[in-house]
Ligand binder design. Structure first.
Ligand code: MF3
Ligand code: CO
Ligand code: CO
Length: 248
């Protein structure tokens, strides 16, 4: 069931999304080589709680941290650990925060120090995939046009589009209907309606689209070929005449 948000609920979403955006900006100012991914998570926890919000990831399905910190070949759901971030790494930080009952969710892939040209290109194209997806997006547009736009752009650069994980609706719950795949056929799927809030989150691999799920920790998703991946996410409000990017 897809929840259409009221104007009041949208106001609350704007606030939790603003906190997520600011947290990511705070991380961007402070992340550096030599830090562990756990130290990144500490920054996230500190910032979110200082805003009077709660990190939704903490305890979600047993997830043990306030953020997902995914380095290089880790696509998403990296568990903050003692892994040291190195010069040349790309590090995706994915954050969900809840305030007054509503969630905001966004991710950025940060470049650490001297990053190779091919990794920079991957990160840039992944961000572009999001912006291609919201071009012309508004009430009445078929849902899978989003995935079509992401897939077309990523594959035109020879990249793999992750299929095993998708974007999603968001609101009182971090994950609501509908699923928002990063692949799909233009002109198909339900028609979007004003008041829907969804997370559009391209997960793009430099090589194969195939991924592995870590059997030991139950979370970490890595590329099947060990090549790098990037992730970019925003929470988006669908309006009659366009979209509002709530986490930007
Ligand atoms: N923020 C993620 C998403 O984009 C989900 C986090 S999973 C969790 O959907 F377990 F870390 F919470
Ligand atoms: Co997220
Ligand atoms: Co999400």
């Amino acid at each position: 069931m897809i929840h259409i948000k009221t104007e009041h609920e949208i106001e609350l979403m704007r606030e939790s999304c603003r906190i997520v955006k600011e947290t990511l900006e705070f991380v961007g100012r402070n992340i550096h080589a030599g830090m562990t991914t756990k130290q990144v998570d500490e920054l996230v926890y500190r910032y979110i709680t200082s805003c009077g919000a709660t990190p939704s990831s903490l305890g979600y399905g047993g997830f043990p941290a306030s953020s997902c910190v995914s380095v290089n070949e880790v696509v998403v759901h990296g568990i903050p650990s003692d892994r040291v971030i190195l010069d040349g790494d790309i590090v995706s930080v994915d954050i969900t925060a809840e305030k007054d009952g509503f969630n905001g969710d966004a991710a950025r892939t940060f470049l650490i120090g001297n990053v190779s040209e091919e990794k920079r290109e991957l990160v840039k194209v992944t961000e572009e995939c999001f912006f291609k997806a919201i071009e012309g997006l508004q009430a009445g547009v078929p849902l899978y046009d989003i995935g079509y736009a992401v897939q077309t752009h990523a594959e035109s650069h020879g990249y793999g589009v992750v299929r095993a994980l998708v974007g999603h609706g968001i609101g009182r719950d971090m994950h609501e209907d509908p699923s928002v795949p990063n692949y799909g056929k233009k002109g198909t799927g339900i028609r979007l309606k004003a008041g829907m809030t969804i997370c559009i989150e391209p997960m793009i691999n430099m090589g194969t689209y195939k991924v592995n799920f870590d059997k030991r920790d139950g979370w970490t998703v890595t590329t099947a070929d060990g090549k790098p991946a990037a992730h970019y996410e925003n929470t988006v409000l669908i309006k009659e005449d366009g979209v509002e990017i709530l986490t930007l």
